[in-house]
Design a protein around this ligand. Structure first.
Ligand code: NAD
Length: 438
C-alpha cells in the first residue's frame, strides 16, 4: 500500500499539456491546486470546466477537481504562488533560433513570483530545461530562503493522465535533500520508483531520455530503408528485434519520421548543450539528420507512386497530428511531409479525427494554412491520386475498402504507419506501399 499524500497547497504556472495534467492529477491525489495561465480566455474556459486539449481522462479529472473545490484557475501568478507551499513552473521552452532551448518564459515567471512566494516554500521546475536552469530560476526568484527543485515530466501526449498517475519513475533533482523529499511526498499514493538526484542530473535525465527514444525511432526508420533495399519485411524484422528483452518492442515502429512538441526541440537542445560543454554529439546529430531524410523519403515515395510528379494533383491525407489520440500539431511529421508535397505542386485534402467536424480551430489555422481539412475520411479521398496515411489513429484500420476504391481516382495507398491490411488492399487491386515493406 502506498500512503495517501497529505494535502498540500500547490500552484501550477502554465495550463498547457503538462501544466493542466499536473494540476488535475495533483488535485485528484488530494492536493489543493491553483493553476494559472497568461491566456485569460483559456483560464475562463477551464474555470467553466471546458477542457481546451484532447487528452484521454483529462475532462473527467478537470470536472472532478472543480466539483471537489480542490482545483481552480487564475491569471494571477503572484497571488497563486503566494498562497502555495509548492509552485510548479510548466511554461514553454520552445526551440530558439540557434537550436538551443528558449529559456525566456522560465525566468519571466520566476521573476514575477519571486517577491511573493513564502519563505521555505519550493519552486519546482517541470518544464524541460537545459542543464543549469535551476540556477537560472534561483537567480530570477532573487530569494535565498526558497528552495528550487527540478522535477522533469515524462508524460506522453495522448496518455498524459495515465502516465502522470502511473509513471515509470519520478525524478527529483535538488541540492537540498529535505526539499527533494517534500516534492517526492506530493506523489505519495502513486507508488512510482523515486529517483532523487542533483539538479543537473535530473535535467540531463529528461533530455537524454527523449534523445534516446528519438534515436530508437531514427534507427528503426533507417533499418526500414535497409529492408526496402534488400527485400526484407520491416514488420517481421521489428517483431524479431523487439523480442530481445534488451531491446523491447516500445518505440520500434517505423513511420514518416518523429516529431511532436518535445523530441525535435529537445534533441537539438541536447546537441547544443553538449557542444557548449565541449562535446560534439555526432550520434544525436545523425539521429536528427536521419529524421529529416525520412520526411524527404516519404514525400518522394508519394511522388513516385503518382508517376513522378504531383504538380496539380489532389492527394488525400489521413492524419495531421504528430501522433494518435492528441490534437497537437506541433512539429508533426504529417505536416512535414505535406509541406514537401505542397511545395511540389500538390493540393492536399486531409481528414484528422481530432477535427471530426472538419473545422480548424483558430489556434491551428496557421499550421494548416493551405491544407483543405474535411469532416469525413472518404470525402478526403474524392478524386485523389493517392491516399497517404500519416498518423496512426486506430479508426483508420477499420477502413471500408470498397468505399475507398470508389472515391479515389486511383487505387493507391502510401501507408506511412504500416497500419493497414496490406494483403486485403492488394487483393482489391490497390497499389500499396508501406515503410520498410515491398
Ligand atoms: P504548452 O505550450 O502546451 O503550455 C504552456 C502554457 O504556459 C501555455 O498555455 C502558456 O499560455 C502558458 N504560459 C506561458 N508563460 C506563462 C506565464 N508567465 N504565466 C502563466 N502561464 C504561462 O506547453 P507544454 O506542452 O505543456 O510544455 C511545457 C513544458 O513541459 C515544456 O518545457 C515542454 O518541453 C515540457 N514537456 C512537455 C511534454 C509534452 O508532451 N507536451 C512532456 C514533457 C515535458
Amino acid at each position: 500500500m502506498t500512503p495517501t499524500p497529505v494535502s498540500k497547497k500547490v500552484c501550477v504556472i502554465g495550463s498547457g499539456y503538462v501544466g493542466l495534467t499536473t494540476a488535475v492529477c495533483f488535485a485528484h491525489l488530494g492536493h489543493d491546486v491553483t493553476c494559472t495561465d497568461i491566456d485569460a480566455d483559456r483560464v475562463a474556459r477551464l474555470s467553466a470546466g471546458e477542457c481546451p486539449i484532447l487528452e484521454h481522462g483529462l475532462p473527467e479529472l478537470l470536472a472532478e477537481g472543480l466539483a471537489s473545490g480542490r482545483l481552480d484557475f487564475s491569471t494571477d501568478n503572484a497571488a497563486a504562488a503566494a498562497a502555495a507551499e509548492f509552485t510548479y513552473l510548466c511554461v514553454p521552452t520552445p526551440q530558439g533560433d540557434d537550436g538551443s532551448a528558449d529559456l525566456s518564459y522560465i525566468p519571466a515567471a520566476a521573476t514575477e513570483i519571486g517577491p511573493h512566494v513564502e519563505a521555505r516554500s519550493v519552486v519546482v521546475n517541470k518544464s524541460t530545461v537545459p542543464v543549469g536552469s535551476t540556477l537560472v530560476v534561483e537567480r530570477a526568484l532573487g530569494r535565498s530562503d526558497v528552495f528550487v527543485v527540478s522535477n522533469p515530466e515524462f508524460l506522453r501526449e495522448g496518455t498524459a493522465v495515465h502516465d502522470f498517475l502511473h509513471p515509470d519513475r519520478v525524478v527529483v533533482g535538488a541540492a537540498d535533500r529535505s526539499a527533494a523529499m517534500r516534492v517526492a511526498e506530493l506523489y505519495d499514493g502513486i507508488g512510482a520508483t523515486l529517483i532523487i538526484t542533483d539538479p543537473p542530473s535530473a535535467e540531463t535525465i529528461k533530455y537524454a531520455a527523449n534523445a534516446f527514444l528519438a534515436t530508437k525511432l531514427s534507427f528503426v526508420n533507417a533499418v526500414a530503408a535497409v529492408c526496402e533495399a534488400v527485400g526484407a519485411d520491416m514488420n517481421d524484422v521489428v517483431v524479431g528485434i523487439g523480442s530481445d528483452r534488451r531491446i523491447g518492442h516500445e518505440f520500434l515502429k517505423p513511420g514518416p519520421g518523429w516529431g511532436g512538441s518535445c523530441f525535435p526541440k529537445d534533441s537539438r537542445a541536447l546537441v547544443r548543450i553538449a557542444e557548449d560543454a565541449g562535446y560534439k554529439f555526432d550520434l544525436l546529430e545523425g539521429v536528427i539528420a536521419v529524421n529529416l531524410e525520412q520526411f524527404d523519403r516519404v514525400a518522394a515515395r508519394a511522388v513516385e507512386m503518382v508517376g513522378g510528379s504531383v504538380a496539380g494533383a489532389t492527394l488525400a491525407v489521413w492524419g495531421l497530428t504528430f501522433k494518435a489520440r492528441t490534437d497537437d500539431l506541433r512539429d508533426s511529421p504529417s505536416l512535414e511531409v505535406i509541406a514537401r508535397l505542397r511545395a511540389a505542386g500538390a493540393h492536399v485534402r486531409a481528414y484528422d479525427p481530432s477535427m471530426p467536424d472538419g473545422v480548424v480551430p483558430g489556434s491551428k489555422a496557421a499550421a494548416l494554412d493551405g491544407i483543405e481539412v474535411v469532416a469525413d475520411p472518404y470525402d478526403a479521398c474524392d478524386g485523389a491520386a493517392l491516399l497517404l496515411v500519416l498518423t496512426e489513429w486506430d479508426e483508420f484500420r477499420w477502413l471500408d475498402i470498397d468505399a475507398l476504391g470508389d472515391r479515389l481516382a486511383e487505387r493507391r495507398i502510401l501507408d506511412g504507419r504500416n497500419l493497414l491490411d496490406r494483403e486485403a488492399l492488394v487483393r482489391e487491386g490497390f497499389a500499396y506501399r508501406g515503410i520498410g515493406r515491398s
